[in-house]
Structures are given as C-alpha cells and as structure tokens.
Ligand binder design. Structure first.
Ligand code: PLP
Length: 476
C-alpha cells in the first residue's frame, strides 16, 4: 500500500490539485471506493494515521465493515460474535429494530441534533423513562445532570458535585477500580500504568481494598475477604491518625469491570452503605458498565438492596450512542448555575435511542434474561475450568463474566491462586478471534478474558460462544 501511495504522490504532482498532494491516500481511497478492500489495507492505514495510544486494534486487528445483532463482519468478509459490544455499550447489540426505529422517528420528526442543556420533548421522555427504571425511593428525590458524552465526563461531574456539596476534598476509591481516562477519573483508577506518564492527577485520592477474594488483599480469601475489607475501612474512617481528611465521597463499582470482572458481595455493599451513611459520606456508584440490565438487575446496586447518593451512567443508557448522566439525591444539588457545563450534553438521537433501550429492557425483562444467559455461560466456563489448569477463576454477574488465566507451571500462593498469565490470555483472545469470537481482556496484567455480549444473546449463541472459547483454550 505504501508503494501505491508513493506512486500516487508522483502522479498527483502533474494531475491533481495541491490538496491531494498533501493527502494522496485520500485519492487512492476515492479511486478504490467501489473495490473490496480488506483488513490489511485498513489496518495499515490505521497504523499510518492513528495515535500510538490506540489500544483495541493491537489485540483485535480487524476492520469492521458492518454489524447486526450480536454479529460483526470484517472487511475480509469474516463474521464474529461480538462479545466486546462496544465495551458493554451495545446492550441490544447492533441495529436493534427498536433503537433503529426510535432514531429514525426522531430524524423524521426533525428533532434538533444537539441542544446543550435546553429541554426538548425527546429529553423529557428520556428522563421519564430513566427515572421509571430506577428504584422509586431513589427516583423520587433525584436530580439529573446531563454530562459530556463519555462515562469519564459523568464521573468528573459527580466529583465536582460532591466536593461542592460537602466542602471536602478527598475521595475514597478502590484497588482495581476503573472510572475513565480524564485527569480526575484517572486519579481514581487503580491501574497504575496509564498514570505513570502523567503528573497532576486529582490529589487526595485514597485507595481502599476491594473484596477480590481470589487474590485477597489480606491473604484470607472467601468470606473473610469482604469482612476484613469492611473492618479495615470502618477502622480507617474512625482513626483520627489515618492521614485521611473527611472525604467528599466514596466511589465504587458494584462489579468491577476493567479491573477483572470482580463482583462485590451483596453483604459487603450493604456494609459499605451503612458505613458511609453513618459518617455522612456520599456514596457514588459508578454503573457506567453495569447499568441497564447487564448484571441481572436493572442496576447492579439493586442486588444488595442499597441506594446510592450519586449514580453515574453512560454506555447502555444512550442505547449505544454517546450519552452520560449523573443522577443524585437532591440534597447534594448545591452547585451554582453553570457550575458544570459542556457542549455535547444534548444529544437528542442518543436520548431517543436510550429511552427506547430502557423501555425495551424493562418490557422484555432483559435483566432476567441476562441472569439466565449468564448462568448458562458460567456453567460452561466452570466445566472448562475443571478441565483446564490454565483457568484460575471464573466469576461474574449476569452477562458480565470474566475468566482469570493463570500460569499453570508457577507455584500457587497460599490461597491456591497461581500468578496471572497475560501472554496466555492474549493467545486465547487471538485464538477466539481466529475462530469468530471477539472478546476483551482486563484485570491484573490483562489476564482476565471478559465476556460482555449484548443482552439479546440466545441459548444457542451462549453455547456457541462457550464452544469457541473452549477450543481456543485447548489450542493455546
Ligand atoms: C465503570 C466505568 N466507569 C467509567 C468508565 C469510563 O467511560 P468512558 O470510556 O465512556 O469515558 C468506564 C469505561 O469502561 C467504566 O467501565
């Protein structure tokens, strides 16, 4: 391809206007727009144009031409089951008819595309649908802030909200947490690698032990892990010499996603809610990834029967289009007019798509479907675990499932867990891709293979996903 671009460059000197000399590849593209170009062509161009910070294409080197339901097709004509699903954003998969219809209707009605935070009938309907999907006790006294389009934007808004309301500065977060890549959200994120190159992240963040029983921070394991976490946090907050100023908030994921699919036990969440309520520390629950049915409940905090003070949502809430919100108790609504703003807070097509998605998930009880399909996938994966010493742990909730890949040659720790094995996880991911299954990696050292299929998967799809994974594990 580079040679062809070079040829075009020479050619363009004589026959093309100057603009094409600067970017001759564009002409190549126009010339070939009717030809079937394959993955190699697009990947080569991507490497030429895009930032070194690009991530997914390094592990999933394909160019996607089209998508429908739970499938995507690449430019070589190969089909894949999409268990990445836009990192969980595509709750109903690609081009679900109810989402398409909602977007088409909005376009046909001539709704404005962007409205900042001006209101519209589409926005009003979205808020109503969202509030109906929440526990009524929470919704009754809730306020909503529309944020910039990403999950990280909503996390940033939540931080400013609680700092303003409490007049405090420090934030409590958890080991393994992921809240986004902006300076505040990255400051709350557990993984150190993306933080090392950048100074000036949000100060006064204190990390607490998450109940990750498989690699227990207290070397205890089982139930003792969450109990020790609770005892540690409670004592820390009451210790006048802990070094931590009274916090503006605690932020957590009820199931850590990027951290390696680690579900917090319901009892732990209830204890955390008690501890934070007793000390008047606002609790921010980040459901950017877990929200809208994924874990087998509409919102993951509902499993524990608790209510957050602030709920952060994105991904699924826009039906797969960019949208994010922070929903919070009205008592926190103490910031000044204009205290949080942003141009892209008024994406009407995303609100139409989001309202349709929320309605469909509720009407079709897709949360329960996610629970049933998740159990089916877990049963397959637990069987695979029994047969493969590479599979250290299988865990998750609903259709958010992770398989931790370990080094079977290495010595186990005192709880029986062998060290994570990133290389093998990568080989399994590649093996799955070769066999027609797109999966994501996460967790410590990227050693957790993650399953995040759209909630519309069927039993047959689940069996097929498990069969491909099993084959890839055997081959790796
Ligand atoms: C729990 C959680 N919070 C926040 C984010 C950040 O969202 P975004 O990538 O849209 O900024 C993510 C992204 O995966 C997430 O999983």
């Amino acid at each position: 391809m580079r040679q062809e671009v070079a040829e075009l460059k020479t050619e363009s000197l004589s026959s093309e206007p100057p603009t094409d000399e600067i970017f001759p590849a564009a002409r190549l593209k126009r010339r070939r727009q009717n030809e079937a170009l394959g993955n190699a062509y697009y990947l080569d161009r991507q490497i030429g144009f895009e930032s070194n910070a690009r991530s997914y294409p390094r592990k999933l080197p394909i160019a996607i031409r089209r998508a429908e339901g739970i499938h995507v097709e690449d430019t070589d004509g190969r089909r894949y089951i999409d268990c990445l699903a836009g990192a969980g954003a595509l709750t109903l998969g690609h081009y679900h008819p109810v989402v398409v219809e909602a977007v088409q209707r909005a376009v046909a009605d001539g709704v404005p595309w962007q409205t900042l935070d001006l209101t519209t009938p589409v926005k009003d309907a979205f808020v109503e649908e969202l509030f109906e999907s929440l526990p009524q006790e929470f919704a009754r006294s809730a306020r909503i802030q529309f944020c910039g389009p990403s999950g990280a934007d909503a996390v940033e808004a939540a931080l400013k909200l609680v700092k303003t309301a409490t007049g405090r500065r420090s934030i409590l977060a958890f080991h393994g947490a992921y809240h986004g890549m902006t300076h505040g959200a990255l400051g709350l994120t557990g993984e150190t690698a993306p933080k090392l190159a950048v100074g000036g992240l949000m100060p006064e963040v204190h990390f607490l032990p998450y109940p990750y029983a498989y690699r227990c921070p207290f070397n205890l394991g089982g139930e003792a892990t969450w109990r020790a976490s609770v005892a540690y946090i409670e004592r820390l907050l009451d210790d006048t010499n802990s070094g931590i100023a009274p916090p503006a908030a605690m932020i957590l994921e009820a199931v850590q996603g990027e951290g390696g699919v680690i579900p917090a036990p319901d009892a732990w969440l209830r204890e955390i809610r008690r501890i934070t309520s007793e000390r008047e520390i606002p609790l921010i629950v980040d459901e950017v990834q877990t929200g809208v049915g994924r874990t087998g409940a509409m919102y993951a905090f509902e499993h524990a029967g608790i209510l957050p003070d602030v709920l952060v949502l994105s991904k699924a809430v826009g039906g797969g289009l960019p949208l994010s919100v922070a929903v919070y108790h009205e008592s926190l609504d103490r910031w000044e007019p204009g205290a949080h703003a942003g141009t892209f807070r008024g994406n009407q097509l995303a609100m139409a798509a989001g309202a349709a998605t929320l309605r469909f998930v509720k009407e079709q009880t897709l949360d329960r479907h996610a629970d049933a399909m998740g159990e089916r996938l877990m049963a397959h994966l637990l069987r695979i675990q029994r047969e493969s010493p590479h599979v250290g742990d299988v865990r998750g909730r609903g259709l958010m499932i992770g398989v931790e890949i370990v080094d079977k040659q290495a010595e186990p720790d005192r709880l029986g867990a062998r060290p994570p094995c990133r290389e093998l996880a990568r080989r399994i991911q590649t093996g799955c891709l070769d066999r027609g299954l797109m999966l994501e990696l996460g967790g410590r050292q990227g050693s957790v293979v993650r399953f995040l299929p759209p909630l519309i998967v069927t039993e047959d799809d689940i069996d097929c996903i498990a069969a491909i994974f099993e084959d890839a594990v055997r081959a790796a």
